[in-house]
Structure formats: C-alpha cells, structure tokens
Design a protein around this ligand. Sequence first.
Ligand SMILES: [Zn+2]
Length: 276
Amino acid sequence: MKVYISADMEGITGLVDAEDVQPPGRDYERGRVMMTEDVNAAVRGAFGGGASTVLVNDAHGPMRNLLPDLLDPRVTLIKGRPKPMGMIEGLTPEYDAVVCVGFHARAGILGVLSHSFMGHEIEDIWLDDRPVGEIGLLHATAAAYGVPVALLTGDDTACAEMTAWDSSVATVPVKFAKDRFAAQLVPIAEARSAIETTTQTALREPRATPTVSRTSHRLTVRWQNASVASHLPAIPGVTRTDDRTVIVDAPMPDLYRLFCLFLRVATAITSNHPYC
Ligand SMILES: [Zn+2]
C-alpha cells in the first residue's frame, strides 16, 4: 500500500498563532518540531496500518517547514516551492490513500488560523457553487485520481469541514477552536497517540475507491484585490464575472493545477506568497 501525506501546519498539535507557523515568528522553529512530530505519528500509523511506502509533501507556506533530520527515516519528503500542484504535489493515481496532517478550516470559518491558500488575498472559493477551501479542493482532486482520503488531523473545525465533504474520512481533532488564534489543546502526547492509532485503524479499514472522472467542474474565486481578477482572464477559459471574481470550468486535476497558477499570478501582483 502506497500512502501519500500532505502536511500543513495550522492544524498541528499545540499551534494556534501566526507566530507559531510563519517564519520568523517567535515560536516558528518550535512549531517546525511540532509539525515534524505530528507527521511522524501519522507515518508510524501508516506503516502500522500496512503501508509499504510513504511520501510526505510539505504543504505549508515556504514548504520548507519539516525537519528532514527529525523525520521518520522510512519516508520520502518533497520540500520547497513553487510546485505546480502545491499542496498535493507528487500525488498520482498509484497511491492507495491520502492522509492530511495539520489542516485548517477554509476562509471565513471561525477555526484556528482559518484561511484559503492566501490569507486575506482570497475572500472565498467555490467548487460547483459550494464554498470550498484547501480541504475540499484536495479531496476533489484526490478523488479524480481515484485515491480516497483516509484521515485528516487539525482543529475541530477542520475535522468538521472534512466530514461535511466525506463522512467516511477518519478525523483526529488535536485542538478545539476558541477563536481564530486561540484553542483548547488536546495534551500533546495524547494527540500524537491518537494520530498514530487512528491512522493505523483508518488504513486497515476497507475504503471505497472513488470513480475516476473527467467531469468538468466550475471553480469560482473571489479575490480581495481587483488587479488579480483583472489579470487572470489572460489565461484561456478564465472569465471575470465582476471586478474581483473569476470563474473557470475544467476537469480535475487540471482545475487544481490551474488554481495553483492563479496563486502564482496573485503572488506576482500582490507580493504576498501563498501560505496555505
Ligand atoms: Zn498552512
């Protein structure tokens, strides 16, 4: 069994503030250790659950957060940016399951460090007219590859968002949101133990393989900055519906790749990198 892990940071055990997850934040270096240890817990669970290989994609901000020398030596790591597929770089139909570690709720939700890909630069995203964030777009793209999502860790609001997309995905809440920068934490050892055991259990359970589909989907993105929306229609197929909103129709995974290109354009115009 081949397992793919996408590792974000806002939903990592013990982390609640931008200072914890963005360099050069006061506790960022400590946050990197915490992120690596949550991923290691999922990796132990994956191998315990029958994985033969595990690929980890560092999916947060600079995408150079995980500490390779502290990472479980059995895994292969994708590190750095930019990557054409961003948070799901390296995921292919060859994988049997996706595990999401350290995820957060979409923009506008009262979850810990909630946002969608670019903080304040993206006000909202819709997939087929349904509000979507990083969790839903990952799930839809993995499904297009025929790969089920087995597990997600994060705060309780990220877990609820995952469950709303797919109730068959196991979730591990490692903290309970009190506000966007405050949470009641699950004790660290307890959280890591839950990540390991739930990953192991989730991978051992039989899981339906999504039907691979080339059905076209509509992505709608509402930006804060009208300049971003004014540039994107230069890409064939992209239409602007008002000063700040663009739409495009395409099948997955093409749509995800195109959205990653949107992020590159927005970065060039606003000088703000995606921090996912
Ligand atoms: Zn992130």
